[in-house]
Design a protein around this ligand. Sequence first.
Ligand SMILES: Nc1ncnc2c1ncn2[C@@H]1O[C@H](COP(=O)(O)OP(=O)(O)O)[C@@H](O)[C@H]1O
Ligand SMILES: [Mg+2]
Length: 483
Amino acid sequence: MTSSLWTADEIIAATGAQCFGDGNDITGTSIDTRTIQNGDLFFALAGDARDGHDFVVNALANGAGAAMVSLSRAEGLKSAGRLFAVPGDVLEGMQKLAVAARNRAKGPVIAVTGSVGKTGTKEALKLVLSRQAPTHASVASYNNHWGVPLTLTRAPRDTFYGIYEIGMNHALEIVPLTKLVRPNIAIITTVAPVHLEFFKSIADIADAKAEIFEGIEAGGTVILPMDSPYFERLKMHASASRAGRILSFGEGEKADIRAIRIDTTSEYSDVVVSVFGREISYRIGSPGKHVALNSLAVLAAVFAASGNVDDAADALIDLVPPAGRGERLILGSEKAPFLLVDESYNANPASMRAALANLGMVDLSGKGRRIAVLGAMGELGPQGPELHKELAQSIIESGVNLVFAAGSLMKNLVDALPENIVAAYAESSEGLIESLNATVQAHDAVMVKGSLSSKMGLIVSSLKERHGVVGSSAMHGSTLGQP
Ligand SMILES: Nc1ncnc2c1ncn2[C@@H]1O[C@H](COP(=O)(O)OP(=O)(O)O)[C@@H](O)[C@H]1O
Ligand SMILES: [Mg+2]
């Protein structure tokens, strides 16, 4: 028995590869030479612009234990190091290795999809389950045609719980991914207008999310958002699948995992939940009602996986929002601090509203201002202008004092806001940097959010650089604005 990830024999058996050259067992897998680790198997995937075969020499020189290449390309690369040469294309080889990885899973496999909340739910599951048994989960949002199989190939031998994020932009994208993952438990977090440009209606999105049931193991458990207008539709799809059980979560009276109370502050939430009628209370170390709602799905999955639900609930106090996804930093100085909420990783109408509501809850102790720095939300199709405009209401309801907006779609919002709220508008995020830096004062709360394409991260970096990071707001409690 070996503690390595893959032996050469296993790779050959799984993929039909021919092996050229010698080497040690594989200890990791990668598709990116920039992050390659010693002992990794490098998959030479063909991308849109570049071909991974052009990076094989580099990967092997940087410590990769071997590279998986197409047989047709092997001849010219043999001298660079160990090769596993597959008859078809390398993506197919990686998928075959993923199948072998799935076949050796020891415990429940959980798949997470949904319009928003996949990564957050996946991370929360990882946090709570890894305290109960060896747990393997997707890195970041590795949820697509390469991210899912790559993640499978990385599952250590001793993995008990496997957690896989599955995403999509198009109908039928989830089908092959769920068939690779073959979940015992499938979660749909939400159905919302994200990636609307590729769908006629939200009902179509619901149908596409329901594709996840096509790969579910016989008798598996489906976990669905009870409060979604598409709940019945999802349930219908689940009932037609091989799933043996459907669990619901939400605030609705009939939900199996039901939120009885959610008390959110700007830094954490206290939640009382009924799990099949049994009440449990816990604190989540990450703010936002949406995080609390996602936690219901997390507990449902722990229950379905026969884990310890109470321990899982207790562990959620250690959940903290990562950079770009709500990370809270104190900038400035101890004496003159201000809060930065970094939501720059992505945005859509649902998550914008959630983040604005959260900004509205920050305790300013009467001193600072609520400043929303918003970049355009991408991939919304023809409804984009309207969906931007509609944010005006949330902004007013949250008591936001100043709005900085970037990107032409955001012009629709700017035009819908009272003039005194609009601090600045620019075509691109760079255009806001000077005015924002000049405006921010001690005790303000600044929330920066936009789609990744809107590059709001540049604003976050500049704020950090110019004002300095004093610490995380978790360290400082809610002392912002207080003596
Ligand atoms: N249930 C939810 N409802 C509304 N917004 C949510 C929900 N869950 C997460 N979000 C917000 O959506 C954004 C994306 O969250 P994330 O967990 O990364 O989702 P995904 O992986 O599906 O893109 C974040 O801003 C997050 O705060
Ligand atoms: Mg994600």
